[in-house]
Design a protein around this ligand. Structure first.
Ligand SMILES: Nc1ncnc2c1ncn2[C@@H]1O[C@H](COP(=O)(O)OP(=O)(O)OP(=O)(O)O)[C@@H](O)[C@H]1O
Ligand SMILES: [Mg+2]
Length: 270
């Protein structure tokens, strides 16, 4: 048996399977960029109210999978998908899927905070305005709620008219999270959200994820196994476009099933 940290408590192997259905379910997913396959036959369920961490070496397909989950590469020529992804049991590739609605339900945050030119307020209100909300009272309420949920309101309530690009990198990333939250997503996908941040800003975002998962389904891509250990309840390890192992974070850290997982978690490759 592979053992990483034998002193940690490990739940019994026979723990009951999750009763709750997956919020997002991925079955037999293959993904191609320009004819080159980058994901192979991925089967993965994302349970609600949990943080699932995607880990694995650079180029293994973590971002490709994240982008597949809200059809972000849709308009990119050369992208091809086979297999199914369901959100609450509904195929997201159905011809009548409203892409804007899908992306409101499945929000995305990137490693480099992507702020739009304009004020703090405008950045958070962006998705609401795109969705046709222009009543100032409603916008103001929603912006405040989103900033509170992103743990940024107290820091920024007096700076709503400031240029968003004047914010520190940590606050900018929280602002991106607030912008995603403003449109009321059910799923939040974060691609290495602390990759560009210092340890203090990182800790703040990690704390935020713990709060947000009560109301959301969260996926976080991280290059740091220790971050995955801190923030996630489920962990999925990828290698060369394949899902190597997925399971309860504590179990994967203490008793990984696969040699590749052990090697990755102990820093022997990646
Ligand atoms: N826009 C693109 N066009 C063509 N190939 C791409 C594109 N984006 C990614 N790839 C390729 O797809 C594969 C998976 O890349 P992906 O970005 O998903 O990896 P990753 O696990 O997110 O890596 P990292 O940890 O470096 O972010 C890689 O081989 C990469 O070169
Ligand atoms: Mg990536």
């Amino acid at each position: 048996m592979l053992r990483l940290a034998p002193d940690l408590f490990v739940p019994p192997e026979s723990a009951p399977a999750q009763a709750t259905p997956a919020k997002i379910d991925v079955r037999g997913l293959n993904y191609f960029y320009d004819g080159r396959q980058v994901l192979f036959d991925v089967d993965l369920g994302l349970p609600p109210h949990k943080v699932t961490a995607f880990i694995g070496p650079s180029g293994c397909g973590k971002s490709a999978l994240l982008r597949a989950l809200n059809r972000l590469d849709e308009r990119r020529p050369g992208t091809r998908v086979t297999g199914t992804i369901t959100l609450d049991g509904e195929d997201i590739h159905r011809p009548d899927t409203d892409l804007r609605r899908l992306r409101r339900r499945v929000g995305m945050v990137f490693a480099q905070p992507r702020l739009f030119p304009g004020s703090v307020f405008d950045n958070v209100a962006y998705g609401l305005r795109t969705a046709g909300i222009d009543d100032l009272r409603t916008l103001t309420d929603r912006v405040e709620t989103a900033l509170r949920r992103a743990d940024l309101w107290d820091d920024i309530r007096d700076r709503l008219a400031d240029d968003a690009r004047s914010l520190s990198p940590g606050a900018a990333q929280q602002l991106c999270i607030a912008r995603a939250l403003a449109v009321g997503p059910e799923v939040l996908l974060l691609d290495d959200p602390t990759g560009a941040l210092d340890p203090i800003a990182t800790a703040r975002i990690e704390g935020l994820l713990a709060d947000l998962r009560e109301s959301l389904t969260i996926v976080v891509v991280t290059h740091a196994p220790q971050q995955a250990a801190r923030v996630s309840q489920r962990i999925a390890l990828f290698h060369d476009g394949r899902l190597v192992e997925v399971g309860d974070t504590r179990v994967v850290f203490t008793r990984p099933r696969e040699r590749l997982t052990l090697d990755y978690l102990t820093g022997r490759y990646g």
